[in-house]
Design a protein around this ligand. Sequence first.
Ligand SMILES: Nc1ncnc2c1ncn2[C@@H]1O[C@H](COP(=O)(O)OP(=O)(O)OP(=O)(O)O)[C@@H](O)[C@H]1O
Ligand SMILES: [Mg+2]
Length: 135
Amino acid sequence: MPEEIRVAINGESDIVTARQKGRDLALALGFGGVDLTLLSTAISEVARNIVKYAGRGEILLWADAKDQAQGIVVQARDQGPGIADLELAMRDGYSTGNGLGLGLPGARRLMDEFDIQSSSANGTVVTLKKWARTF
Ligand SMILES: Nc1ncnc2c1ncn2[C@@H]1O[C@H](COP(=O)(O)OP(=O)(O)OP(=O)(O)O)[C@@H](O)[C@H]1O
Ligand SMILES: [Mg+2]
């Protein structure tokens, strides 16, 4: 298994690729059942935001481990316009693009850890992590 998987996001079809690669890595790490679906949904949301708001970017996927637990990290990066007010962007229902405004807050709820960094100078980096269940 490679250290890090990188999926370039330039359009709609790349969202499908990122979701599939994420699912493959998660399966290899021992994820199963509903967690695979939750992970796929979170990847779709951050990848779709790249297409919609930045035009292009990338999704990086890698494995993490803590004690006995296996984890998967999803990082969505772009060099787009950035998000002016992160607190607002993380609220349910806030959208500048006629969306439902549920993508970012939803992705946070679906995963175990969530971090977002954004500026007009450097674009946006969203980092998501999920731990596999050990039972
Ligand atoms: N990568 C990004 N670059 C710039 N702005 C972003 C990015 N991702 C999100 N945003 C901003 O944050 C807002 C909230 O994002 P979120 O994904 O929660 O909702 P949405 O994309 O508007 O709607 P939905 O995801 O429900 O279709 C967006 O409307 C947009 O203003
Ligand atoms: Mg969205």
